[in-house]
Ligand binder design. Structure first.
Ligand SMILES: [Zn+2]
Length: 756
């Protein structure tokens, strides 16, 4: 059995027990003897990372703009390589060649009823030296927008998500042949042009409304951390929910001689042209709209009455890019494992940015460098991890996870048999530890978090997060769970960073970690995300950078050092059970809502309650969803729960009496079985209409982008009212859970062999 919470007060007691005769070990997967050594090495490790080093690395790496393909991107890759080598690690650069369009022409202008030309330019800020490096800054644009040149009436579509278009339909407003203007937030940006094109729009403008990350939130830069009037969010709009990575080489590594698609055949380039603008540029456009007044929740923070259109505002939009293939530099360092070199623990953060990128990504990359430096020191003192540790600084993340995806695709065969886990970070700030990932690692990462000190409160970061969860709980039941559950729940991963190819394509157990929540601002993907901003408003003393290095570094050491991999499946089974309940409820809610709406249409509710002076189109009647048979999933879930229990029983037996059994040679076969348990959650043919995504428990939403859809096959079929597909996906899910049950039972059998 696992111990429950082990917060700071209990640590002294734990040491006391360890000092006497230990009856069982306190580090999952370690014998008592190796746990003692592990703890000593971990303590040495955690003493090494230094805030001063973090600050100096950040100053160097963010000194100039360093987007994919730029001179300083390459210079940074070479500097990181030299750092890894100077720490004593074996390191190299792996190059790929990827399609990355950079802007040649950008025009947004209002041509009627008045004329206004958008600036599309972020001005330098006095006192912020890097903000004036205009020659090297990538202009404001959305990468992978198709080229186009058109003039059309404008329509305001709020966040531009499917529900917003339903609302427009009720208002009798069509976007066919129009240019839509959507605001950032509410979905990942790439969803906005995709949904706009599905509804017949011919162009898309995305702007940052001050209500979301500008002056409505707080003082703007440089007085405060929020987005100034001319600040623009750059970003990729590739159709990442179909597949991330190089659009020309889906499924294979983009090596120099890889077979490439023609650009016209690439599936992830947008269907319509897109450009992002500031609220300074958006204001005259929005102010020129007439037509219905925007619904209350659509109104932003500009001092205007928000109208929807279409027209009389008419906009000219022109986008043209240089569509050349550019070199990409992943920096990869290796520490070979002493006893299990063919089991890999992989840890990564990207190094490329949109501009200077002090926060995104450098604040997450510099702890990674400090971890590597600390490992170099431990190696000199005699530390030898059992497993191989791979440290990666990815390039081309911002474009659509290019560096990590191409690396995973290029090394797919090895990763299938060797990868134990992937630990990702991407930006770091002041506040609370956030943990998301594979639920087989939930218990593991909770144990790590219990041992890391929060720099501000001196509580453990686990305890501070738990107290936050109690404060945030919206019901007595949620409060009770936050107080009593042994582990804090970890989030499920959608997309938005480099874990996606590892977890959702290759089926490698993954975690995404970072600190935040007290680091708000509005400089994301702008020239103002730089050293000056970060050291004025965010983790200014780099103590959370040090906390992140300690957290992730400890987790990597523990995964690389345990005799038996510390996966745990009770939390996985319980969490999947919650997801199953959610999709069952989603289905019955859909039935109830459709019935009720059809009834109201028959009763004449919509026509009677509409204001005759306001255009209102009542919704159409829809077929009530057919019933679905979830019995196969429920049965598979029960079997999964039994297998998880069986594994824990076998584990407890092996870990009893100092856990000497864990050190038996048979543990090698057990570990080989264990690292297939996450693979078992994938399916070879992947998800409907997007076979690159193979994981059957976690995926980015087809219409949310970053936002996760758990049990995506079943959930999205129900959401999109594909009833036949929902049926098929229920049997597919039942098969996946059965495969996972088999994989866990095989591991339990191997575990039993340790205690004959
Ligand atoms: Zn990032």
């Amino acid at each position: 059995m696992r111990p429950t919470a082990r917060p700071l007060a209990a640590v002294a007691l734990g040491l006391l027990l360890l000092a006497t005769a230990p009856s069982s070990t306190d580090l999952r997967g370690f014998t008592a003897e190796s746990a003692k050594a592990e703890r000593e090495w971990e303590a040495k490790f955690r003493a090494i990372p230094s805030p001063d080093s973090l600050r100096e690395y950040m100053r160097r790496l963010s000194a100039r703009p360093h987007h994919l393909g730029s001179p300083y991107d390459k210079a940074n890759a070479e500097w990181i390589l030299a750092k890894f080598k100077s720490f004593g690690l074996d390191a190299q650069i792996e190059q790929f060649d990827v399609l990355f369009p950079t802007p040649k022409e950008r025009v947004v202008e209002l041509v009627a009823p008045t004329r206004f030309v958008a600036k599309l330019q972020e001005p330098p800020v006095p006192g912020d030296p890097t903000s004036s490096q205009q020659v090297e800054q990538l202009p404001t644009y959305n990468a992978y927008s198709v080229d186009g040149d058109l003039t059309a009436p404008l329509v305001y579509v709020n966040y531009g998500v499917p529900a917003d278009y339903e609302r427009l339909e009720r208002m009798g407003v069509s976007v066919k042949g129009a240019i839509v203007i959507a605001r950032y937030f509410g979905s990942w940006r790439g969803i906005k042009p995709k949904v706009a094109a599905e509804h017949g729009a011919v162009g898309c403008i995305i702007y940052s409304d001050p209500k979301d990350d500008g002056y409505t939130q707080g003082d703007v830069y440089p007085q405060g951390p929020w987005r100034p009037k001319d600040g623009v969010q750059r970003g990729s709009v590739m159709d990442m929910p179909v597949h991330p990575g190089d659009p020309l080489t889906p499924g294979v590594g983009a090596t120099r001689d890889a077979k490439r698609l023609a650009i016209g055949d690439a599936q992830t380039i947008t269907k319509i042209p897109v450009l992002p603008i500031s609220y300074g540029d958006a204001q005259p456009l929005l102010a020129a709209l007439a037509g219905p007044v925007a619904p209350e929740p659509w109104r932003g923070g500009l001092g205007i009455t928000y109208h929807v259109g279409p027209g009389p505002a008419k906009v000219h939009l022109r986008v043209k890019a240089d569509w050349s293939v550019k070199p990409l530099y992943d920096v990869i360092a290796r520490i070979p494992g002493s006893t299990a070199p063919d089991e890999w623990v992989i840890r990564g953060n990207h190094h490329d940015a949109w501009v200077n990128g002090a926060e995104d990504p450098i604040s997450g990359l510099v702890p990674l460098l400090e971890e590597a430096r600390a490992y170099g020191q431990l190696l000199k003192q005699g530390w030898r991890p059992r497993r191989t540790i791979i440290y990666a600084a990815w390039d081309g993340e911002e474009q659509g996870l290019l560096g990590s995806t191409e690396w995973v695709e290029a090394h797919a065969d090895e990763l299938v048999t060797k990868a134990v886990a992937y630990l990702n970070t991407d930006t770091n700030g002041r506040g609370y530890l956030f943990m998301a990932g594979s639920h087989s690692l939930e218990s593991f990462i909770n144990d790590v978090a219990r041992e890391i000190e929060d720099p501000q409160t001196k509580l453990s970061v686990w305890k501070r997060r738990q107290l936050r969860a109690i404060a945030d709980a919206d019901s007595a039941a949620a409060r009770q769970e936050a107080r009593e559950r042994a582990n804090l729940r970890i989030g499920a991963l959608g997309s938005g960073s480099d874990y996606t190819p590892f977890l959702q394509h290759a089926g490698i157990a993954s975690l995404n970690l970072g600190y935040g929540g007290e680091d708000d601002g509005g400089i994301y993907h702008s020239i103002y995300d730089d050293f000056k901003w970060y050291t004025t408003f965010d983790d200014t003393s780099f103590v959370y950078g040090r906390a992140l290095a300690r957290t992730v570094g400890t987790a990597v050491m523990r995964l690389a050092g345990a005799e038996v991999l510390p996966y745990e499946f009770n939390g996985l089974a319980e969490t999947v059970g919650r997801y199953v309940k959610e999709v069952e409820k989603l289905h019955t809610d859909k039935q109830d809502d459709t019935r009720e709406r059809n009834r109201q249409i028959d009763e004449g509710v919509f026509t009677a309650t509409a204001d005759p002076r306001v255009t209102f189109v009542p919704p159409p009647k829809e077929d009530v969803p057919a019933s679905l048979n979830f019995a196969p999933v429920d049965a598979a879930l029960a079997a999964l729960t039994r297998a998880a229990d069986r594994y824990e029983t076998a584990f407890a037996k092996a870990q009893a009496n100092g856990g000497a059994a864990l050190a038996r040679p048979e543990a090698a076969a057990l570990n080989a079985a264990l690292l297939q348990t996450e693979r078992a959650l994938t399916s070879r043919d992947g998800l409907p209409r997007r076979p690159w995504y193979r994981h059957q428990i976690y995926a980015p939403g087809f219409y949310t982008g970053y936002g996760v859809k758990t049990l995506p096959g079943v959930r999205e079929a129900i959401e999109q009212r594909h009833w036949k597909e929902a049926d098929e996906q229920i049997s597919r899910l039942a098969q996946t859970l059965a495969a996972e049950t088999d994989a866990i039972n095989r591991a339990a059998e191997q575990m039993d062999k340790l205690t004959p």
